[in-house]
Every structure is written in structure tokens, then in C-alpha cells.
Design a protein. Structure first.
Length: 661
């Protein structure tokens, strides 16, 4: 039964969007095609729920990135004003953190815990390997970190190497000893908490009675389990996603969660959003033609009321450099027609493809922004100061301690550290507690003890400062001066420009802390909350798009749109990527990736590839992508492309040849 709404949704939304937004009781599945206005539907659905008398505090909306959560909050705020502040709009990891902050003691942790990021995890894995006396060169910690993440997030993932199992077990023990959790624990531990403590789950069932999940096709097995537990009692859950845009299986996303949702919450109200508000008809028709080749998908066909637009351009270059020159030429032509640099995006399958494009844009003074550059909080000087802050907040955080105890150098060498760790292990305490014993009992001797005392006084002084109300920024400034961090940089870098740049970065860090403390929305600014915000916000790139040409991988471009897209390297081996096809035994996800790339374009789409590519001083001959055969000829402006594709080997033949090599 429809309820009249002062929001006038019938006039604002198309019929399918209206159905999606106003179906508020029971489970619903919204299959939202690319550019069909899914964020618009979610925000209006939240507004509609409140308009129907649902208390804002009873609504939980979950998405994947801080950027998406921020955008959703802003849109809901524009619709319903101050009431929106009581709606919980969160990422999965922030939601897990919120639940653990309130309940983690139920799992045997202390209340104030640290969050370890990927670099911290790799450092802890090295420690575990060392403790188990396994040769350090036997395992790549990056690969090991990936395996352990898969193990935590997918119960069906098997590890056949018994040594990896030992490392994983010790890694988990060290996390608990250091009163720390990693990012996977922010999903895994709330599930454990709910399963072991029904009263806690019941509290959240009463708290959040309406759930909305964005980008549902990107959920992992554990994220789905997390949401299922929260929704199983009230069953008022709406999931929004598109199986055709599921491109993250390598990080745990499981597209089968859509079918599992239909099974677990049967009967499910399903709506398809197929009207596209982004691209011209030619671009959409090409995307539809490509994706319909995939089996086992939900049938959708994007359409638009917009004009057909220009045909898709295809250019075959002789080399990578010529491919980059062509892209630059087209950018200059379109710039003269009124386009801005920020209207352009160069998309590639692999980050390594960016080199010739970066070079030619730099040579011609064309501004650009490339995703994947080192983030601010990953810079070594920032990680150093944040490690000090983490240790001041939590003296059990021994990963942070290991980074700072002799940084800058203060006479506490590897031998002393080893003795401290052995003592701590023998006495079942922390390294910092061991350090205090070493000072009190003069265990390290008269030469080393003064260095330990100096470090201890530094920490205790700044722990006192940093816990004073609204004094974090001043405490950090004092700390940077006390350890003479600039002197450390002078001794290590010998380069005034680099020293100045790094000290400026620290100044920016202090400024960000100061802004946090002065923000009136932060009712109780404190060191724990600031560090947690930094760690969570650093999970995804929240930088604003710059004024230059955008250069990014297809994976990074998902969710974004640009007036003009250059999809480069459209060749077999890259699109589809041979290695991915070989590992998965299918080209379905690679086709979805191609579909995502096509649907980023609003007005113009260019596809290019080089006939030759240089790799390790070897010239490789390339062929246009087999996916191009799936685009109808009338949609493409590509001289001789059909003849080239008709004469060449099939993709399967090329794959066989590649495997033989």
C-alpha cells in the first residue's frame, strides 16, 4: 500500500527507483546497472523511511569506502536536515570498529586497542617468522599477508603448508598479546562476538531495525555473514548492487552472495534499475553487447533517453610511445573544443602501463593526477610520528614500539632489543614493562641504562601531555622537537629540499590534528579516536580529484565517471589478462572489468592498443582484444579493425600459445 509522501518521490524518481525507495518492509534486492542512480535511491530510501515515522537512529546504511559514506551522509543531510545526524552511515570496517569499541572486552581484549594496517601486519609476520626460527627468506611477507587475509575472510580457503599454519597461529597470538586487531578482525571479531554473545546481537537487533547495503556485489563471505546476523531478526534489509560490476574477487568479493541473499531471505522483493543517466546510447549499447556474453548473470539491459552520441573510436598504434602520443593529440584537440583537463581519464589494466602516458604529459606540461601515488599517511616521516602517537596511546602496541625505540638513534641497539624481548617473553609481560625493569634493576648495565631512561622519560612526559583535553597537537609538536626529528632527517638525507618537504609534511600532520581537536562535531576529541580515524580513512583514497588529466586503473575507476575516457592497452594478454584467465579458468570477471571501463564514459570513448610492447628489452607483438569482437560494428569507428580481428587466431589459441611460452 502506497503512502502519500511530502517528498513527492513519484515526481523525483523514475518508476523503478520509486519502487526501490518505497519498499521498506522485508528484504529487497535492487539490481542497479551502471549509472542508474543507485546512490540516489539509497539516500531517498533513508529519507522515505524517516518520513514514514521510522526513528533515524534505527537505520543503518553500510558501504565500502569512506568517500562513498561521506557522500551518502551529505545527500541524506540535504534531504532531511538535522535528523540525518542520527542515521548510522558507515563503512564495513568502521561499523566493526564501532561494535568492538563497545564490546571487545567480551572477547578477552583490553578496551583500548590498536588497529594494525597492512604494513604493521607484515612487520608482525616477520616477528612471528623470527620467533619460530623459520628462515626470513623462505616466505614473502606480502604474499603471506594476502594468504592470511584470505584465511580469515573465507573459511573454505585452505592452507596446505603446515609452516604457514604455525605462522598464522603465532601471528594471532602476538596480536592478542599486543592488544591489537588487524583490518580483517574488524569484520571477523564482531561475527565472533555476536555468535558467542546473543545478548549483544539482540542489542543491535533492537538498535538497527532497517539495514541498507551499498555495492552489495563487492561483499565477501564474511561481510555477508556480518550483515546477515544483523538483519536476521527484523529482516528489513535492502541490498543494492550489480553482478555485472563484480570485479574484486582477488580481494575476497563473492558475486554469489546475491543468490545466497535470495535463498537466505526468501521471499525477496527484486527491482532492476536499467535506465542510465550517464552515457550516450552508443556507449551503452556497446556495454550491453559485451556483458550479455557472460552466462549466469541477472538479465539487465541499460538504456538511456539521451542521443546516440559519437561512435567508439579505436586506434592501433605502432608502439607504446605512439599510443601515448595519440592520446595526447586527442586531449589537445578536445581541450580546444572546450573540455577541461579534469574531463579526461586514461584507464589501464595494469599500473605499469602508465609510464609512457606520464612521460608525454610531463613533457608537454599537461597537468595530471595518477592514483596509486604514496598516500600522505603512508609517508615514512608520518608513519614515524604516528607510531609514537600509537605507543603513547597504547604501550602494549609493540609494533609501534619497535619502530620508534631507536628512531631517531638513541643507543638502543638490536642486542638490547633482543634482551628486552626475551625478558618480556620469559616474564609474560610487555616489552615496555621489561624496559622499566631494566632501568630499575640496571639489567643492561651503566652504558645502556641511561638511554633506556631517556626513552622512558620521553614517553611518560608525552603520555601525560597527550591525554590533556585538546592538547594532542601541542603534545605532538613537543615530541617532534624533543626527539629532534629534523636532526635525524639532516643526518640521513643530506638534501635540504627533501628535509624541508618532510618537515612540512609533519607540519601538515599537526595541522590535521589541530583541525580535528577544534571541530565542533567532535564532542570528545581524544588520541584513540584520532588514530582510529586515520587508520580507517587511509584504507581508501579520499583525495579530491585534481584539475589535471585523471590516470588510473580500471579497478580504481569503478564508481567514477568522466566525460571522455581513453581505455588504453585494449589487447589480448591485458584485456582480458592472460594470467587472471588462467588462474580462474574463465574470462567472465575480465569481461565485467571491460564492461566497467566502457561504462565510465559519458560522452566519448576511445580505445587504443600498441602493435608492439617492449618488456625486459624484448619486443612483444600484440593483438587487439578478443572482447572487441563482441561490440557491434556499427557502434565502432575503427578502420580495418574487423579485418584484423577476422584474420587473427581465436583467443583460446592465443591463450594456449601464451601458456606454452
Amino acid at each position: 500500500m502506497k503512502t502519500a509522501s511530502p517528498l513527492n518521490l513519484e515526481k523525483i524518481l523514475n518508476p523503478e527507483q520509486y519502487q526501490s525507495a518505497t519498499s521498506i518492509h522485508g528484504p529487497s534486492l535492487i539490481l542497479a546497472g551502471a549509472g542508474s542512480g543507485k546512490t540516489r535511491v539509497i539516500t531517498y530510501k533513508i529519507a522515505y523511511l524517516i518520513n514514514q515515522g521510522i526513528a533515524p537512529s534505527r537505520i543503518l546504511a553500510v558501504t565500502f569506502t569512506n568517500k562513498a559514506a561521506k557522500e551518502m551522509k551529505e545527500r541524506v543531510g540535504q534531504l532531511i536536515g538535522q535528523k540525518s545526524r542520527n542515521v548510522t552511515i558507515s563503512t564495513f570496517h568502521s561499523l566493526g570498529l564501532r561494535i568492538l569499541e563497545k564490546n571487545i572486552e567480551r572477547l578477552g581484549y583490553k578496551r583500548k586497542f590498536s588497529i594494525y594496517d597492512d604494513q604493521d601486519r607484515q612487520k608482525l609476520l616477520k616477528d612471528a617468522i623470527g620467533e619460530l626460527k623459520i628462515p626470513q627468506d623462505e616466505y614473502d611477507v606480502y604474499e603471506l599477508s594476502y594468504k592470511i587475509s584470505r584465511l580469515k575472510m573465507n573459511p573454505e580457503y585452505l592452507i596446505t603448508d603446515p609452516q604457514v599454519t604455525r605462522i598464522f597461529k603465532r601471528y594471532q597470538e602476538l596480536l592478542k598479546i599486543y592488544n591489537a586487531v588487524d583490518f580483517d578482525d574488524l569484520i571477523k571479531l564482531p561475527i565472533q562476538l555476536f555468535e558467542e554473545n546473543p545478548d549483544v546481537l539482540d542489542y543491535y537487533h533492537r538498535k538497527w531495525q532497517y539495514l541498507l547495503v551499498d555495492e552489495y556485489q563487492d561483499t565477501s563471505f564474511m561481510q555477508y555473514r556480518f550483515m546477515k546476523l544483523l538483519a536476521e531478526k527484523n529482516r528489513n534489509i535492502s541490498v543494492v548492487g550489480d553482478d555485472d560490476q563484480s570485479i574484486y574477487s582477488w580481494r575476497g568479493a563473492d558475486v554469489s552472495n546475491i543468490k545466497q541473499f535470495e535463498k537466505d531471505f526468501h521471499p525477496v522483493f527484486t527491482v532492476k534499475l536499467e535506465q542510465n543517466y550517464r552515457s550516450t546510447a552508443n556507449i551503452l549499447n556497446a556495454a550491453n553487447a559485451v556483458i550479455q556474453t557472460n552466462p549466469n548473470r541477472y538479465e539487465k539491459k541499460l538504456w538511456t533517453s539521451d542521443q546516440s552520441g559519437e561512435k567508439i573510436s579505436f586506434y592501433e598504434a605502432q608502439s607504446e610511445e605512439e599510443e601515448a602520443q595519440y592520446v595526447l593529440m586527442m586531449i589537445n584537440q578536445l581541450k580546444n573544443q572546450g573540455y577541461k583537463y579534469s574531463d579526461f581519464a586514461i584507464l589501464f589494466r595494469m599500473n605499469s602501463q602508465s609510464r609512457p602516458f606520464e612521460e608525454i604529459l610531463r613533457e608537454n606540461n599537461v597537468p595530471y593526477k595518477i592514483s596509486g601515488a604514496m598516500k600522505f599517511f603512508d609517508r615514512p616521516e608520518i608513519r614515524d610520528i604516528l607510531s609514537y602517537m600509537r605507543f603513547l596511546a597504547n604501550t602494549d602496541d609493540e609494533v609501534a614500539l619497535m619502530r620508534i625505540i631507536n628512531n631517531p638513534k638513541r643507543g638502543i641497539g638490536a642486542a638490547t632489543l633482543t634482551r628486552l624481548m626475551e625478558y618480556a617473553k620469559e616474564h609474560h609481560g610487555s616489552i615496555y614493562a621489561a624496559l622499566k625493569d631494566f632501568i630499575h634493576l640496571n639489567i643492561a648495565g651503566d652504558r645502556i641504562t641511561p638511554y633506556l631512561e631517556e626513552f622512558d622519560k620521553l614517553i611518560e612526559k608525552h603520555r601525560e601531555l597527550i591525554f590533556k583535553p585538546k592538547n594532542i597537537a601541542r603534545a605532538v609538536t613537543s615530541l617532534v622537537e624533543a626527539i629532534d626529528y629534523k636532526g635525524k632527517l639532516v643526518s640521513e638525507l643530506k638534501n635540504i629540499r627533501k628535509i624541508t618537504m618532510r618537515m612540512n609534511n609533519i607540519t601538515q600532520l599537526v595541522a590535521s590534528i589541530s583541525r580535528y581537536e577544534k571541530d565542533p562535531d567532535n564532542f570528545n576529541p581524544n588520541i584513540y579516536e584520532y588514530l582510529q580515524r586515520v587508520t580507517l580513512n587511509n584504507r581508501d583514497d579520499d583525495e579530491e580529484e585534481g584539475k589535471g588529466v585523471n590516470m588510473l586503473s580500471i579497478h580504481a575507476a569503478k564508481g567514477l565517471e568522466y566525460k571522455v575516457v581513453f581505455l588504453v592497452g585494449v589487447e589480448d594478454g591485458l584485456i582480458p589478462h592472460f594470467k587472471t584467465v588462467e588462474e580462474t579458468g574463465s574470462d567472465e570477471e575480465e569481461r565485467r572489468l571491460f564492461y566497467v571501463a566502457i561504462t565510465r564514459a559519458q560522452k566519448k570513448l576511445f580505445m587504443t592498443y600498441p602493435k608492439t610492447r617492449l618488456k625486459f628489452n624484448e619486443t612483444l607483438h600484440r593483438e587487439p582484444s578478443s572482447f572487441l569482437t563482441e561490440i557491434p560494428e556499427e557502434l565502432m569507428d575503427a578502420r580495418d579493425l574487423e579485418e584484423k580481428l577476422a584474420e587473427r587466431d581465436t583467443f583460446n589459441d592465443l591463450l594456449s600459445k601464451w601458456k606454452e611460452k
